[in-house]
Write a protein that binds this ligand. Sequence first.
Ligand code: PAF
Length: 281
Amino acid sequence: MKTETTIQGLTASLNPARSARKIIGFVPTMGNLHQGHLNLVREAKKLCDVVVVSIFVNPIQFGPNEDFDSYPRTLEQDQQLLADVGCDIVFAPTVEQMYGNKPRLTNISVSEITNDLCGLQRPGHFDGVAVVVTKLFNIVQPNYAFFGQKDYQQLAVIRQFVKDLNIPLEVIGVPIARAEDGLALSSRNGYLSPEHRQVAPTIYQSLKAAEQQLQSGVDLDTVLANIRNTLTEVGFVIDYVEARTPELQKIHTFNQDLVLFIAAKIGQTRLIDNLLVKYTV
Ligand code: PAF
């Protein structure tokens, strides 16, 4: 496995694969990898000849009071994990390599689906994601790009601008990887104190309970209120508990498939999760 830190180096490493028309798979990450990321690489390996993983903590997707400075940077450990799952090339650029030292004058902004859910609490976040992911797509030029469904809204935003801008690749969403107790894997789980780690799975438990309630006929508003109560009782501060269609449109009645979304803070740690609930008549 090679690690490249410059765009030039990455291009040189990828050129033989490009000339041989090999299928290139790409997994963008911010590092501090866990099984969720490694599953993305495993999926990429099934479809692709060469797998590139980027590790880049993207400053422009963090708000001023967010955790950019403290975001865990664990490159050596990540490289070892990636080598073990058969990643071919790690791309770990510096901020200067990605953004240069002159101001960036171009933005990429997806409307409507970013005005809601995480977009409300994190203004500018999805623009920052859209810019860096587009730059990475242009640098790596993959055939397939792999993203986790835990960041459901992010995945929807990426699918949208890939379609709108005719970016020539296919986006693949990979199911959420969970700990045995149901907690969705996230680099931010490392911030949890032992006590908070114990209550964190309540998020998933409340989603599963909600699924059951919906399927047994409890109305959607009551189900959402039940989730809010359960989480508040164990100490979460709720950012949002919402239901949307799989395309992220508002929904008030369980009369089609829907996705339940939670973002909530326990201590200083903000966790997100979601669950697709199937409508069966
Ligand atoms: O999901 C992430 O880790 C990041 O938002 C991404 C897609 C790598 C862009 O920085």
